[in-house]
Design a protein around this ligand. Structure first.
Ligand SMILES: [Fe+2]
Ligand SMILES: [Fe+2]
Length: 200
């Protein structure tokens, strides 16, 4: 099973060097997959807009000083202005890449409207926005997300799962996104705790 749609490989190859900080490349590939899963439940959503907004949403981190990136998000965000800046840089980078790859002005406007505010707004601005926002957060529930978050904030797996359960889950916007989050959490909890219930 290919991760990327065949028609998206060329733009990914142009985008990926903007995503080689903060594990954004692997994060993006997971979230792109999670968009695909959510789209199965929301066939009325504009698929291409969701997938390409997701692919390009975090490209703007490449313009933020590396030493500040890991302090510019999360519960103890020291640089909220940089969180906003990565969105605006992302809009610029995504516009240029989409134009270069032949997407229409209207399409670019739709995709960049989602990138603009993807972290600094919490509400559902459209169905497509909800799907991208949820898939962005759902990455945190994957094995790669759980490990990466543990590393970023120097906390153990149990604490990461507690945060995902108590603080992130209520922020998810779609019913299927919440269901997917719960499913991934159940798997992670089971993996963590099964040892306590079996013969040692
Ligand atoms: Fe972001
Ligand atoms: Fe993201």
């Amino acid at each position: 099973m290919e991760i990327l749609n065949a028609s998206h490989v060329a733009i990914w190859n142009s985008a990926k060097h903007h995503l080689d900080v903060r594990d954004n490349d692997v994060h993006t590939l997971h979230s792109y997959q999670l968009v695909k899963l959510l789209l199965q439940w929301y066939p009325e959503a504009a698929e291409e807009v969701c997938l390409l907004a997701m692919m390009l949403h975090d490209t703007g981190w490449s313009k933020i000083p590396v030493d500040k990136i890991l302090k510019a998000f999360g519960p103890n965000n020291q640089y909220p202005e940089l969180t906003r800046a990565h969105e605006l840089h992302g809009v610029e980078i995504a516009s240029a890449l989409l134009k270069q790859h032949g997407y229409s002005r209207e399409f670019i406007a739709q995709a960049t409207a989602i990138i603009d505010g993807h972290d600094t707004t919490a509400d559902a601005r459209s169905l497509e926005d909800s799907i991208v926002k949820d898939a962005d957060k759902l990455w945190r529930y994957t094995p790669h997300g759980i490990t990466t978050i543990g590393k970023w904030f120097d906390i153990g797996k149990a604490e990461v799962l507690e945060i995902l359960d108590g603080h992130v889950l209520p922020k998810l916007l779609t019913a299927q996104g919440k269901w997917l989050a719960k499913s991934l959490l159940e798997i992670a909890y089971t993996e963590m705790n099964a040892g306590k219930l079996i013969k040692q």
